[in-house]
Ligand binder design. Structure first.
Ligand code: NAI
Ligand code: MG
Length: 499
């Protein structure tokens, strides 16, 4: 029998070494300081202590990085690389990430707070798989030949799919490495060059990934990583006149700012924004699956998921049973530091996020919602909030309408499918939804009527590199993953020759 894991655990030697280093930005294939010389701290959310200091990018650094990406795109080694070579480089990166899986998982846990057990089985494998999926696309980005009817001559007309150019990518902190890979992999497969700005809360794995990319053999300047704050580095990237496209994941509020900033040069924009996803349990559901599944829907990654199943609609006859079941599941969750092998839920990412979530708990209580379980932060260092189930909610409450982005679910009963659909679609968001029932006809009928980019039936948070992902309404623009993402990173050129 294996010895029980001990905590505090000993970190991978490479993690200690990496954290102890000076964290510079990656521009034009070099590790450089910020132009201002400034740095900013990144924290360990389990303790609230500073983990590392990181070079703080700002406008000047973004200018340098965009210039490097432009040069790499136009005249550097990047455009000379064949699609097959691009595919192999991306595959090589996947192999390297797999070799370094434990190191990356630990680094992610330290910087973000999530349980190491989760980083190992979710964040890392999904990132590796997406790289391999996109590596395959590098050689399959095709145009078509098109018969045309223009009078007077014969023509050969065809389309080419060309890389959109220099891409700015701004990502959040909930799945730091995975979000970096979601953004980078399709950009690289299509032959774009990139300036990536990781979230200020979690810059470390993106910086380490940049190093692995150099090791994989990607030419310098193709991918530049500029850590820094959103209002400075992020805003400069979104507004930059020489960036052809910006891809953003984060809050709907900032998504709207990105759009305004992008108007200057009409750069292409793709947005993956917030959600308030309805999770629907019918009385004929397989409760053994629906109850733990609905708990997972909200509590996975501490509710810090854009897809979190944060509005629970339960058919009235089973309302009490399902609420009690999910509260039981919540009580089984072990809150603790992500590195502790016993932990099943870590701290929230930051003090700010903990305060935001607690603000919602207070607002819910003021407006009359009742916590069946949870409802408070923990009185200990670090940013821990209890998994919480709220009932006695009304549709217009803040906790029902707004994205909380924490381990808080609001539950309400329904009687009729029409009433259910009206409630489920009563949101400015439309990212995801789920239905639990044994009636396949009902499941697919409801699925077709939910205004959401993803609908899960008898499952939740199933992500796959091959499945397109994105939002209806204010949850975003465009679809990431699957082959649909290639459209976000390519322009179509029509070529017409008179024969
Ligand atoms: P945020 O939207 O401010 O941050 C996401 C990214 O955008 C970060 O890299 C940040 O530096 C950057 N950013 C911020 N302001 C910017 C600006 N003016 N211009 C360009 N880039 C900018 O999200 P934040 O403040 O971390 O979290 C607030 C709320 O946003 C959360 O409570 C949650 O509701 C939502 N959110 C949603 C995410 C999703 O996956 N859809 C991810 C993170 C947050
Ligand atoms: Mg913000």
């Amino acid at each position: 029998m294996a010895a029980a894991a001990i905590f505090p655990m000993e970190l991978d030697r490479r993690v200690d070494e990496f954290i102890a280093r000076t964290h510079k930005m990656l521009i034009g294939g070099k590790r450089v300081d910020s132009a201002s010389g400034k740095t900013f701290p990144t924290y360990d959310p389990a303790t609230g202590k500073v983990l590392a200091q990181v070079a703080e990018g700002d406008k000047e650094d973004v200018n340098r990085a965009v210039a490097a990406a432009r040069q790499a795109f136009e005249t550097g080694a990047w455009p000379k690389i064949t699609p097959s070579q691009r595919g192999r480089l991306i595959w090589k990166l996947a192999d390297l990430l797999e070799e370094h899986l434990e190191e990356f998982a630990q680094l992610e846990t330290l910087d973000n707070g999530k349980p190491l057990t989760v980083a190992r089985v979710a964040d890392l494998p999904l990132a590796i798989d997406l790289l391999r999926y996109m590596a395959g696309w590098a050689t399959k980005i095709e145009g078509s030949t098109i018969p045309i009817s223009f009078p007077g001559a014969n023509y050969l007309a065809y389309t080419r799919r060309e890389p959109v150019g220099v891409v700015g990518q701004i990502i959040p902190w909930n799945f730091p490495l995975l979000m970096a890979v979601w953004k980078l992999a399709p950009a690289l497969a299509t032959g774009c060059t990139v300036v990536l700005k990781p979230a200020e809360q979690t810059p470390l794995t993106a910086l380490r990934l940049g190093e692995l990319m150099a090791e994989a053999g990607f030419p310098g300047g193709g991918v530049n990583v500029v850590p820094g704050y959103g209002e400075t580095a992020g805003a400069a990237l979104a507004a930059h006149p020489d960036v052809d496209k910006v891809a953003f994941t984060g809050s709907t509020e900032v998504g709207k700012l990105i759009l305004q900033a992008a108007a200057g040069n009409l750069k292409k924009v793709s947005l993956e924004l917030g959600g308030k996803s309805p999770n629907i349990v019918f009385q004929d559901a397989e409760m053994k699956a629906a109850i733990p599944g609905s708990s997972f829907a909200i509590f996975f990654n501490h509710g810090q998921c854009c897809t979190a199943g944060s509005r629970l609609y339960i058919e009235e006859p089973v309302f009490d049973q399902v609420v009690a079941g999910i509260a039981e599941e919540a009580k089984k969750i072990r809150l603790g530091p992500g590195l502790d092998p016993q932990t099943t839920m870590g701290p929230l990412v930051s003090r700010e996020q903990m305060e935001r979530v607690c603000g919602y708990l207070d607002a819910g209580a003021r407006e009359g919602a009742k916590a069946v379980t949870g409802g408070h932060k923990l009185n200990r260092p670090g940013y821990f909030v209890e998994p919480t189930v709220l009932v006695n909610t009304r549709p217009k409450m803040k906790v029902v309408q707004e994205e909380i982005f924490g381990p808080v679910v609001v539950a309400a009963p329904f009687r009729e499918p029409e009433e259910l659909l009206a409630k489920a679609n009563d949101s400015v968001y439309g990212l995801a939804a789920a239905v639990w029932t044994r009636d396949i006809s009902k499941a697919h009928t409801i699925a077709s009527k939910l205004r959401a980019g993803t609908v899960w039936i008898n499952c939740y948070n199933v992500f796959d590199a091959a499945l397109p992902f994105g939002g209806y309404k204010q949850s975003g623009w465009g679809r990431e993953m699957g082959h649909d993402v290639l459209e976000l990173y390519t322009e179509i050129k029509a070529v017409c020759a008179q024969l």
